[in-house]
Ligand binder design. Structure first.
Ligand SMILES: Cc1cc2nc3c(=O)[nH]c(=O)nc-3n(C[C@H](O)[C@H](O)[C@H](O)COP(=O)(O)OP(=O)(O)OC[C@H]3O[C@@H](n4cnc5c(N)ncnc54)[C@H](O)[C@@H]3O)c2cc1C
Length: 423
């Protein structure tokens, strides 16, 4: 992947240096930023294309973090490009920047670029931590979809403006190939694959089993499930059209290893959708995107494993445990009280069958003994640096565990984390 990124960046640098200059120095620098903004936009699309081979290796949570950083860089690159274009033309014509901006808004190609930049700025503002927290997930997500409009507008903008990639035959072929490849990957990952998978497997609810007052397991069957490329530890994005609004989609992990016959998700009631799952009638059609995620045994490096779960974060850990048939295993399960330990009987049985150890750690973050402080972790699992460590739980807990592991010098390649928040 890095080879792909570096190779494309190098080609873009060559296109810039061989593509001629702008009408003045400022417009030449503007061209440089414009070209890089376009490249960043393509990388952004690839990061959210949900390509299975990329997702299985890197994981959607890490891809999402990269997406945020690339988005942040794109914002500043785009703003710099826009400011320099206005400044460049203002200098050329000897008028104010405001007058130039008004004049540029009257040119269709420039107007498209300006509108695309405005959309990117709006999305960046609503994605800042404070505003993002105040918005409903669906509102934020709906606004985010406007970015596709921005990508379309900036594509037309690039076609109509004098750009470096138009200066040579190679430049044109490269640029078109990059756009077609990226757009194709995006359409396949986000549309073709999910639609095909659902039409092929015809998923439907086969049973709904309450695990406690607030937690429920939903069993899903379908045709040829043995051909679904699903692994323990992965999650899917689920829709229950007919029972719920079709636009509502929620990520839930597989809480049992896929067995070719059925899939199981186990959800804690957090809001309307998750609370309503216990009322799903058997036979309800299910639309599933995925499975996604790199929280799987594909990345195991050691025979021994330490699985750490917090609350409902036990779901992928429970599935991984089922698959962990070779090697020593220790499970740390953090819950507020023993009554909150979802799926505890299944976990106990699986640990016992594998001759492993289970520690149920009761208590609350910030109160009493903190089990994920480095010395406490080490006291519980003295050979921790020799194991693969899988951790899944609330964001604060996961971060505390990761800090502890860093201090204990557990090598990065042995650490695998899943957070129950993508955005
Ligand atoms: C990778 C992953 C795996 C997960 N696995 C499980 C699991 O196995 N069991 C479980 O109980 N919970 C799991 N969650 C959390 C679960 O997705 C949310 O609790 C659920 O979506 C809440 O939806 P709601 O409509 O009931 O509640 P709401 O009140 O609407 O949402 C509560 C919070 O959930 C988050 N959320 C809602 N919809 C989405 C969405 N489409 N994508 C991302 N976040 C969303 C938002 O941050 C929101 O603030 C997982 C989350 C992720 C990201």
């Amino acid at each position: 992947m890095w080879t792909f990124v570096i190779a494309n960046t190098v080609i873009v640098e060559i296109l810039f240096y061989t593509g001629g200059t702008g009408k003045n120095g400022t417009l030449t620098v503007a061209k440089f930023f414009g070209l890089h903004a376009a490249l960043l936009m393509l990388f952004q699309l690839l990061l959210v294309a949900r390509l299975p081979w990329l997702d299985r290796r890197i994981g959607m949570d890490r891809l999402t973090v990269w997406h945020q950083w690339v988005g942040f860089t794109l914002l500043w690159t785009l703003l710099t490009h826009a400011t320099l274009v206005v400044l460049g033309y203002a200098r050329l014509d000897g008028v104010s920047m405001l007058k130039t901006l008004v004049a540029l808004s009257g040119v269709p190609a420039s107007l498209l670029g300006i509108l695309a930049a405005v959309i990117v700025v709006v999305i960046a503002v609503v994605s800042t931590r404070n505003l993002r927290r105040r918005l409903r997930y669906e509102t934020w997500h709906g606004l985010h979809l406007l970015l596709y409009l921005a990508v379309g507008m900036s594509f037309v903008h690039q076609l109509q403006e004098p750009a470096s990639f138009k200066a040579s035959g190679f430049g044109r072929v490269f640029w078109w190939a990059l756009w077609l490849l990226t757009f194709g990957a995006f359409v396949i990952g986000r549309l073709v694959l999910p639609v095909w998978r659902n039409a092929y497997h015809l998923f439907q609810v086969s049973a709904v089993v309450p695990e406690s007052d607030s937690v429920v397991s939903v069993y899903v069957t379908g045709r040829h499930l043995d051909r679904l490329p699903a692994r323990a530890g992965q999650f899917s994005v689920w829709r229950f059209p007919g029972h719920n609004h079709w636009w509502l989609a929620n990520p839930f992990s597989l809480s049992a290893a896929p067995n070719g016959q059925s899939l199981r998700l186990t959800a804690r009631a957090a809001g309307k959708t998750s609370a309503g799952l216990r009322h799903l009638p058997v036979g309800t059609r299910v639309f599933m995107e995925g499975p996604y995620g790199a929280f799987t045994s594909l990345h195991r490096t050691r025979p021994g494993a330490l699985l750490i779960a917090g609350g409902v974060g036990i779901t992928p850990v429970r599935a991984l445990l089922e698959e962990h048939t070779a090697g020593d295993v220790v499970v740390l399960y953090r819950v507020r009280s023993a009554d909150d330990a979802v799926l505890i009987d299944e976990v106990r049985e699986l640990v016992a069958a594998r001759g492993g150890r289970l520690h149920l750690l009761t208590g609350q973050t910030g109160a009493g003994t903190q089990p994920f402080e480095p010395h406490n972790l080490h006291a519980l699992v003295s050979d921790i640096t020799e194991r693969d460590v899988y951790v899944c739980g609330p964001t604060a807990m996961t971060s505390a565990v990761l800090r502890g592991l860093r201090k204990l010098k557990v090598p990065n390649r042995q650490v695998h984390a899943e957070r129950f928040s993508l955005a």
